[in-house]
Design a protein around this ligand. Sequence first.
Ligand SMILES: Nc1ncnc2c1ncn2[C@@H]1O[C@H](COP(=O)(O)OP(=O)(O)OP(=O)(O)O)[C@@H](O)[C@H]1O
Ligand SMILES: CC(=O)N[C@H]1[C@@H]2OC[C@@H](O2)[C@@H](O)[C@@H]1O[C@H](C)C(=O)O
Length: 362
Amino acid sequence: MKDGPVRVVGAMSGTSLDGVDAAEIMTDGVRILEFGKTAYRPYTDAERAVLREALGCWPGPGLEEAADVLHEAHAEVLSRFGRAELVGFHGQTLAHDPRGRGTHQLGDGAWLAERLDLPVAWDFRSADVALGGEGAPLAPFFHFACAKWFGATGPVAFLNLGGVGNVTWVDPSAKAPEQPGALLAFDTGPANAPLNDLLWERRGLSCDEGGALAAAGGVDSAALETFLDDEYFKRIPPKSLDRNDFPGMRGLVQGLSDADAAVTLTAMAVSSVVRGMTHCPSAPERVLVTGGGRKNPVMMRMLEGELDCPVITVEDAGLDGDMLEAQAFAFLAVRVARGLPTSAPGTTGVSIPMGGGQLSRP
Ligand SMILES: Nc1ncnc2c1ncn2[C@@H]1O[C@H](COP(=O)(O)OP(=O)(O)OP(=O)(O)O)[C@@H](O)[C@H]1O
Ligand SMILES: CC(=O)N[C@H]1[C@@H]2OC[C@@H](O2)[C@@H](O)[C@@H]1O[C@H](C)C(=O)O
């Protein structure tokens, strides 16, 4: 790849299974020069059902239909961009068990490279897991570049409220993200996934739009306490989660009305973030919220009430909270192509800073 900044497009299909986000940035893999075009390709209900069916599966036969759905959705959304130097393709996490069977992102970057006639960086997580890391979260190196981009002067935290929640504490005075002490990142707990699953099962809806159902309910504090007793919250980070790692959550809200169950699951997401923040090396000056949960006013109000530092959205810092993960995998793609590290002891717990990912050329 030529030296200096390049135009790169990243694509992410997240754990909430809503669709594919894609975004272009101009970067040298260290600094963000410019944010560019973005695009979103929602899954149809039928496509989502195919992907849902594949959740929990490890590589092997039987995933052809899910792979077709994923590949075609990506090919379509990525065809909306002008010619880029490189594509970053996260794929769809189907299973994540870093201390056991590994991590599995559905999607073949070599196929996509042929289809788009472009180099594709992909399989971002497995090398980190193979070297003893959690394989997630990986957005933190990009969060570091974002903090530099908007000129943060003191520690800040990025909080992603997707299907799963994750936080990145950033010290923007560090020279590089792989420098010891620059970053601490980890998954906080389940965020929107259990809420979406509840709404889907009970009402055939994809999410609690605007937190409307939660706003009408009351938190069941016994269920919340039981949830917070889980040993995950005591574990020292880095640590990561699979989408369905808290299977007992459903049972905890089973006997509750729809509204009480929704607000209790919302409170569980928020309380796990609040617990998580106690692991940060110092109180951040601000928490910048990204991901779909920032559009849920009940979740946001609870966070503001429970965290003792200002809570803002990433938009307040000039960023795009719908596209941050797609942009992250564009940024990481350039780091993969240039042999730069993509994870470090503070982000995935891997023993030394390391570069993951594969690069496939057409
Ligand atoms: N207007 C809204 N009201 C309530 N919830 C919303 C709204 N918009 C989005 N969400 C929630 O945010 C989710 C999508 O968030 P996001 O796109 O950040 O998840 P993801 O990227 O798939 O997940 P992850 O970051 O775990 O990979 C939706 O499934 C929904 O639960
Ligand atoms: C294994 C996996 O896909 N993890 C996702 C998931 O969704 C949110 C959270 O759990 C985070 O750890 C990660 O995604 C983001 C993009 C990351 O790697 O930073």
